[in-house]
Design a protein around this ligand. Structure first.
Ligand code: 3PG
Length: 434
C-alpha cells in the first residue's frame, strides 16, 4: 500500500511519523481498500437476556469505524467476547447491532470467522461497507496460539484465520488496546503479513498513557491506590524510572509503603496484606528499594483515617499502630495531595485512595478525583476499577483520557513488552524499509 506523508496526532497537531513506534490510519490511502480492523468490544453481558450492559468499548471503537467508513474503506471487524467456558462467551450479533445504532449505518454480522461465508462476504463488499465477523475466540487456534516465543509472531501468522483472511485485505488496523497484552493470532498474526496501523482508540491510548508516563509536561505526578499493591509497586518503579516527578500513594498501596518505611500500621491492616497479597514480603522489599532509590519522590501519607466501629477517625502516622483498620488517607495528606494535583501539568491516576464505597471513607478518593477533574493539567485515568469509580462519581467527562484497558493498561503502565504493540512496531520497521 502507498504511504502518505501526513502525520496528525490525536491533539490535531502534525507530528513526524518517525517519533512513533507505529503507523496510524493517517499514513495510508485507504479508499476502496479492504481493512481488517481488530477491536475489543468485549463487554459485560446479562447472562439471562444476552443484553449488553455496558457499551463503553463499543462506543469508543465506533468512532474509528465511522471514520474509516467515511474514508470509503471496506471494513472487516474482528473482536473477541469473553473466554471459552464463561457464560458471556457469545457471538457478536448484538455487538454489531449496537454499533450500527451508534453510527447509524448498517454493520452486517457474519456468523463465521474464516470459512466460506466470511470469504464470500468480504469479496462482495463495496466501498464504505462494514461487516463484523464472529467472536474470534470461537476459533480454537486463537485460544491455543497465545504464547509469545520472545522472538517473533510466526506461529500466530500461520494460524488458519490469518492465512485465509490476510490475502483478502490490504491493511491490518489494530484498535484493540484493551487486548494488546495478549499474543493471539488476531492481534499479532496479521501484522506479520500486512502493513499495520493503529486505529484511533489505540492511537489515543498510546499517546495519552505514553505522555502521562514519560513525556508529558512536568510536574508529572501519579496517584496509585487500591488493593492491587503488587502491580502498583511495579508501576511506581516504571513511572519513577521514566521521569514521573512524584508518586502519591493511598489505599493498600500506601500501607505497603508505610510498612516498607518501617511503620507498624497495626494488626488489622497488616493481616489484610498477609492474607490478600501473595509473596507480600517480596512486595514490601521492592517497595523499600523504591523508597531508598527515589526518596521524597515516593510520597506516603502523613496521616490516615481508621475505621473505629464504623466511624471515621483521623490519626497521624506517628500515632500508629492502631487496633483499627486503616480505610482512607487522612485530611492533612488529602490537602497536600490536592495541592500537588493543582500544581501538576500531567496527572495519572490508578486506584482509589481508600474504601470509597463506604461514604465515611470516601473523602480521600472523591476529593483527589475532584481535584483531577478540575485540574488545568493533562489528566489520564488507568482503566478498570478506576475508570468505573470516575464514572460513578460523574467525573468522567472532565478527564482527558480514561483508558479502555484493564489488564492491558496495567501491563502498559508496568513497562512490559506487549505483544500487539511489539507487532505494530516491527510491522512499521518492515514496511518502511521496503
Ligand atoms: C479485557 O476485558 O480485559 C480484554 O478484553 C482482554 O480480555 P482477556 O483478559 O479475556 O484476554
Amino acid at each position: 500500500m502507498e504511504l502518505i506523508r501526513k502525520f496528525r496526532t490525536i491533539d490535531g497537531k502534525f507530528e513526524s511519523r518517525e517519533k512513533r513506534n507505529f503507523l496510524t490510519i493517517d499514513d495510508f490511502k485507504i479508499k476502496g481498500k479492504v481493512l481488517l480492523l481488530r477491536v475489543d468490544v468485549n463487554s459485560s453481558i446479562d447472562p439471562e437476556t444476552g443484553r449488553i450492559l455496558d457499551d463503553t468499548r463499543i462506543r469508543r471503537h465506533s468512532k474509528t469505524v465511522e471514520e474509516l467508513s467515511e474514508l470509503e474503506a471496506r471494513i472487516v471487524i474482528l473482536s473477541h467476547q469473553s473466554r471459552p467456558g464463561k457464560q458471556d462467551f457469545v457471538n457478536l450479533e448484538k455487538h454489531a447491532e449496537r454499533m450500527s445504532e451508534i453510527i447509524s449505518k448498517k454493520i452486517k454480522f457474519i456468523p463465521d470467522i474464516w470459512g466460506e461465508l466470511a470469504v464470500k462476504s468480504i469479496k462482495s463488499m463495496k466501498d464504505g461497507e462494514i461487516i463484523m465477523l464472529n467472536n474470534v475466540r470461537f476459533d480454537e487456534q486463537e485460544i491455543s496460539l497465545k504464547k509469545f516465543n520472545g522472538k517473533d509472531f510466526v506461529p500466530q501468522s500461520k494460524a488458519k484465520m490469518v492465512e485465509v483472511l490476510a490475502p483478502l485485505a490490504s491493511l491490518f488496523v489494530n484498535d484493540a488496546f484493551a487486548t494488546a497484552h495478549r499474543c493471539q493470532p488476531s492481534l499479532v498474526g496479521f501484522a506479520e503479513k500486512l502493513p499495520t496501523a493503529a486505529g484511533r482508540v489505540m492511537q489515543r491510548e498510546l499517546d495519552y498513557l505514553g505522555k502521562a508516563i514519560d513525556s508529558g509536561p512536568t510536574p508529572r505526578i501519579a496517584l496509585l491506590g487500591g488493593s492491587k499493591a503488587t502491580d502498583s509497586v511495579t508501576i511506581a518503579n516504571n513511572f519513577l524510572e521514566k521521569g514521573v516527578s512524584e508518586v502519591l500513594t493511598g489505599g493498600v498501596v500506601a500501607n505497603i509503603f508505610l510498612i516498607a518505611s518501617g511503620v507498624d500500621i497495626g494488626k488489622p491492616s497488616t493481616e489484610f496484606i498477609i492474607q490478600h497479597i501473595s509473596e507480600y514480603e517480596e512486595v514490601i522489599d521492592s517497595a523499600r528499594k523504591l523508597i531508598d532509590n527515589y526518596g521524597k519522590r515516593m510520597v506516603l501519607p502523613t496521616d490516615v483515617a481508621i475505621n473505629e466501629n464504623g466511624l471515621r477517625r483521623g490519626i497521624s502516622v506517628e500515632e500508629l499502630p492502631t487496633e483499627h483498620a486503616v480505610y482512607d488517607i487522612g485530611l492533612d495528606t488529602l490537602v497536600s495531595y490536592i495541592e500537588k494535583i493543582e500544581r501538576a501539568e500531567t496527572i495519572i491516576s490508578n486506584g482509589p485512595m481508600g474504601l470509597f464505597e463506604n461514604p465515611e471513607f470516601a473523602a480521600g478518593t472523591r476529593e483527589t478525583f475532584n481535584a483531577m477533574a478540575n485540574s488545568k493539567g493533562i489528566t489520564v485515568v488507568g482503566g478498570g476499577e478506576t475508570t468505573m469509580a470516575f464514572n460513578q462519581m460523574g467525573l468522567s467527562s472532565k478527564i482527558e483520557h480514561l483508558s479502555t484497558g484493564g489488564g492491558s493498561c496495567i501491563s502498559f503502565m508496568s513497562g512490559e513488552t506487549m505483544p500487539a504493540l511489539e507487532a505494530m512496531r516491527r510491522s512499521k520497521i518492515r514496511y518502511e524499509s521496503k
